[in-house]
Every structure is written in C-alpha cells, then in structure tokens.
Design a protein around this ligand. Structure first.
Ligand SMILES: C[S@@+](CC[C@H](N)C(=O)[O-])C[C@H]1O[C@@H](n2cnc3c(N)ncnc32)[C@H](O)[C@@H]1O
Length: 201
C-alpha cells in the first residue's frame, strides 16, 4: 500500500490545521476520560504523535498505530517520547495487534478507513473489558474539507447518529458525543466531534 502521508510527514507538526485540531481534541479527551499511569492507550492513526504524544506523560504507555511509516518516523524521532510510546506500522482492521488496552484514542484518522463498521469492531477487540474509546473526527461535511479527489479519503465526516449506531452494533455502551473543537480553515468553520463509549466490563 502506498504511504499517502509520505509527502506531508516532514512538515506535519508545523501545519496550523493539525495543530488546532490535535490541541482541541487533547483538551476534550482530558476532560472526558480518566488518564492515569495504570492505563495503557492505543492511538489509532497516531501520525507524528500530536495526540498520543501529548497524552503519554499522563498514562502508563501509548501504542501508536498507523499505516504511514513516514508519519511514525517523525514520532520516533521525538526524544522526549522515547520509552513512552511504541509504534506499530500496521492495519489493525486486517491484522490485529496481539494486545489489548484500556483506552483507544483517535484524531482525524477514521475518515481514511473505508469500512467504519469493521473499524469499530477492531477497536472493540483491542480493548480490555471495561475499556473505552475517545474518537475524534469531522462532523458530516459537504466534502470540501479535503482537496477534490484526494486519495484515501473515504468519508466526508461522520453523521453522529450513524456512527453511534455502528459503535452500538459493535457492542459498545454509553455512547456520548460532544463537540471537541471548531477548526478554522479557508474562511470556513468545521466542527470536530469527540465520541466516547465503553466496552462492558
Ligand atoms: C489526518 S492524519 C492525523 C494524524 C494524527 N492523528 C494527528 O491528529 O495529527 C491521519 C492519519 O491516519 C493514518 N491512517 C490512514 N489510514 C489508516 C489505517 N487504516 N490505519 C491506521 N492509520 C491510518 C494516516 O497515515 C495518517 O497518519
């Protein structure tokens, strides 16, 4: 599979939009879920670590999952994260990791996965009983957030009710949505949701 983020990896952390979103999402995660040294976290679509990296000092360990070797190489180069984050360059929908975690977080990665139902099932399988997800992405939009024809974008955001239904079908309970932040881009405002849900304990 081609690395769709190879060209964007080296300057990802200096781009205003990912910075705005990741700061807003981390703030929302911190107030919505418990972070503590006894909790192991999986960051799905972790990229350069803008979300997982900011959470790493508050939890036991972060597993950063991504299919872009270039994005993960940027994360691995961050000295301050050494020993706190393990990277996995793997598509966990088709090749699950041999581990389970307490919390799965994600920012702006779910719209890059075609089969959202299968992704929700994969999240469920990677959680310990009682574990939870805190997932952020664009609310349903008109398809103009990304440039026209951009490869690897399968969803123009997500309808909250539809995504909540897929989480419930996968087995999750206590599904709750909030707005994590509003992103400013090219004169428009794009709401980003955070959905939290639990795997029954
Ligand atoms: C828009 S970036 C967001 C990166 C990071 N979460 C952030 O907030 O800066 C989307 C990331 O999802 C990753 N991605 C796309 N498809 C994926 C898949 N099937 N499994 C894991 N990661 C994926 C991309 O490689 C990319 O690093």
């Amino acid at each position: 599979m081609a690395d769709m983020f190879a060209e964007r990896a080296s300057d990802w952390d200096s781009r205003p939009v990912p910075m705005q979103i990741s700061e807003g999402v981390v703030r929302a995660i911190r107030s919505a879920v418990r972070l503590s040294p006894d909790r192991i976290v999986l960051d799905f679509g972790a990229g350069t670590g803008l979300v997982g990296g900011r959470l790493a000092a508050s939890v036991g360990h972060v597993h950063a999952v991504d299919v872009s070797a270039a994005m993960l190489a940027q994360l691995e180069a961050k000295e301050e994260l050494r020993g706190r984050i393990t990277t996995h360059c793997q598509d966990i929908v088709h090749a699950p990791l041999p581990l389970t975690v307490d919390l799965i977080v994600s920012a702006m990665a779910m719209h890059h996965v075609a089969d959202t139902a299968a992704l929700m099932r994969a999240f469920y399988e990677h959680l310990r009983p009682g574990g939870e997800v805190a997932l952020a992405d664009l609310d349903a939009e008109d398809g103009t957030f990304h440039p026209p024809g951009m490869e690897g974008v399968f969803h123009a955001g997500f309808d909250r009710d539809a995504l909540g239904g897929l989480l419930t079908e996968a087995g999750f309970v206590d599904v709750r949505f909030e707005t994590a932040c509003d992103v400013q881009k090219e004169g428009k405002v794009w709401p980003v949701f955070l959905v939290t849900a639990h795997k029954p304990g």
